[in-house]
Design a protein around this ligand. Sequence first.
Ligand SMILES: C[S@@+](CC[C@H](N)C(=O)[O-])C[C@H]1O[C@@H](n2cnc3c(N)ncnc32)[C@H](O)[C@@H]1O
Length: 195
Amino acid sequence: MPDRRDSYYWKAKENNYSSRAAFKLIDILNKFYLSIEERSILEIGSNPGGWAEVISMNNPSFHIAVDIKKEPSELPYIFIRGDISRDTTWDSIVSTLNENRIRTFDLILSDAMTNTSGNSDVDHSSSYLICKKIMEKGIPLLNRGGSVIVKQFQGDLTQSFIEDWSDYFRRATITKPASSRQASREIYIVFKSLV
Ligand SMILES: C[S@@+](CC[C@H](N)C(=O)[O-])C[C@H]1O[C@@H](n2cnc3c(N)ncnc32)[C@H](O)[C@@H]1O
């Protein structure tokens, strides 16, 4: 079995992050001048918690994290266990917003991805469907000027996905952080500033 512990793995250990994924979020936020401070954040696919730690350290005004997998109960943010493809999970997100008297999110972030199958078409299509659901359900909950970052396994539908949603935003860009493994087809699509 190949050793997947590269320099980012060790850097995550040194910085006490739960996963090397933390560096992907830091890279993207810096590159696109996106701030967490005093912003309301919806984070999707949060387990094991690297992105959540980066978000918490940067003082968001409000932070909901969602994942199919369970997370510990003592967390500095609201955790919803659910499948983001299901309307019931979005109902829980909306109820949580209402209970906390928050109207909208400033930033919706998704690192969600089901276990890769090894078949690139299957992985692309499952990540495409997650991204599509996030755009359909997330945009109505986004503040004017707000942004969305979604992970996708690149494939045939990536370009049309960007075209379908880019009109809602000032800018749509594909990015691949240095900390993302070069061999992986994972990319992040940054939709900046809802118009
Ligand atoms: C790459 S991991 C996320 C790593 C995380 N961002 C971090 O920094 O530690 C992908 C996560 O997406 C979650 N996930 C996959 N499909 C999902 C779905 N449909 N709804 C919610 N979470 C999902 C998985 O359970 C997994 O924990």
